[in-house]
Design a protein around this ligand. Structure first.
Ligand SMILES: Cc1cc2nc3c(=O)[nH]c(=O)nc-3n(C[C@H](O)[C@H](O)[C@H](O)COP(=O)(O)O)c2cc1C
Length: 358
């Protein structure tokens, strides 16, 4: 029988009851101290019929933050808060991994400890504005990290991974997508370094590989995924040769034997994207592959039937459809997402989307 979205599978050691994943979605509804609340547990538990839930991007340290009310994984209160989430998801038979996040330059001094400058591979200011507690404010020119600081960042990823395991997560996903710190190192639009972390593709991939190694040492490769977005211009990022770079990234990740590679197969905003062959990228990676961006039920089933993807992640559809699996199974109509309540607020547009049962 051909596999489809409803067939069980395994990503590393994580057993999935179906191949439908909830994509990581920042929702800015953590409580004081960036601690997950009961409402966050309710939100994730409502979606526990997915084969895999990937949490919203979760800052690994105080300097990793770049948005208001994003739940962290760097102190004990946050770990306690996340325990409510994992327990609620597991009680409903779901699986959940935490997305490990450092925003790099996509931040603002008002969100940084001591109002310091955000950090980045190079001192290049992003175009655009940061979301802060005081509203939108222009991005600033970040401070380039010294080479001596990089082991400390790798150690923050390792500590955050241990915290995630302590909080009861089934695994972690390294966020190397969407213009945040690891992606800023990967792509040459944002990485102008002249040391061994800049210049060649090998050098620009070095920090991602060091982080992946450290995270794998804590969690085991069979519980670690990596997310990349080769074309996404989001957060003012670009690369002069994305196909070569990300084929190299996939090749370099192979020796770890990761649970999965998760690929955002296009751009969020911005036209005129360079040509990119995602099937070729997929062939470079020897493990399981999660495909994302613009999938619906038919495209998801086609990607699985053709062997392109092992699992398909849904973003916007999961915001609005807590019972997406049942709706796909029954070919039921889908709720439309309310963009006004994506980022921040309360239960409205968060935990109040109706299921088929009402
Ligand atoms: C409200 C919102 C928040 C998002 N937050 C994250 C995030 O925290 N981490 C991440 O890697 N991607 C994030 N994304 C991107 C989604 O994971 C996904 O790649 C995107 O929505 C495309 O998938 P879709 O077409 O199924 O919606 C976010 C997208 C949206 C709409």
């Amino acid at each position: 029988m051909t596999a489809d979205l409803f067939s069980p599978t395994k990503l590393g050691s994580i057993a999935l009851k179906n191949r439908i994943a909830m994509a990581p979605l920042t929702r800015n509804r953590a409580g004081q101290g960036n601690v997950p609340q009961l409402i966050n547990a309710e939100y994730y538990a409502q979606r526990a019929s997915a084969g895999l839930l990937i949490t919203e991007a979760t800052p690994i340290s105080a300097t990793a933050h770049g948005y208001p009310a994003t739940p962290g994984i760097h102190d004990s209160e946050q770990v306690e808060g996340w325990k409510q989430v994992t327990a609620a998801v597991h009680a409903k038979g779901g699986k959940i991994v935490l997305q490990l996040w450092h925003v790099g330059r996509i931040s603002h001094p008002s969100l940084q400890p001591g109002h310091a400058l955000p950090v980045a591979p190079s001192a290049i200011k992003p175009a655009g504005q940061a979301f802060t507690y005081e509203g939108l404010q222009d991005f600033v020119t970040p401070r380039a990290l010294s080479i001596e600081e990089l082991p400390g960042i790798v150690a923050d990823y390792a500590r955050a991974t241990q915290n995630a395991l302590d909080a009861g997560f089934d695994g972690v996903e390294v966020h190397a997508a969407n213009g945040y710190l690891l992606d800023q190192f990967l792509r040459d639009g944002t990485n102008h370094r002249t040391d061994e972390y800049g210049g060649s593709m090998e050098n620009r991939t070095r920090l991602l590989l060091e982080v992946t190694k450290a995270v794998v040492e804590v969690a085991g490769a069979d519980r670690v995924g990596v997310r990349i977005s080769p074309l996404n211009p989001f957060n003012d990022i670009s690369d002069s040769n994305p196909q070569a770079l990300f084929n190299h990234v996939a090749d370099s990740l192979n020796p770890f034997g990761l649970a999965y590679l998760h690929v955002v197969e296009g751009g969020m905003g911005g036209d005129n994207l360079p040509a990119f062959d995602f099937a070729a990228l997929r062939r470079h990676f020897h493990g399981s592959y999660i495909a994302n961006l613009g999938y619906d039920k038919a495209k998801g089933n086609a990607a699985i039937a053709s062997g392109h993807a092992d699992v398909v992640a849904y973003g916007a559809l999961y915001i609005a459809n807590p019972d997406l699996v049942a709706r796909f199974q029954q070919d039921a109509p889908l709720n439309a997402p309310d963009h006004a309540t994506f980022y921040g607020g309360d239960a409205k547009g968060y935990t109040d989307y109706p299921t088929l049962q009402g």
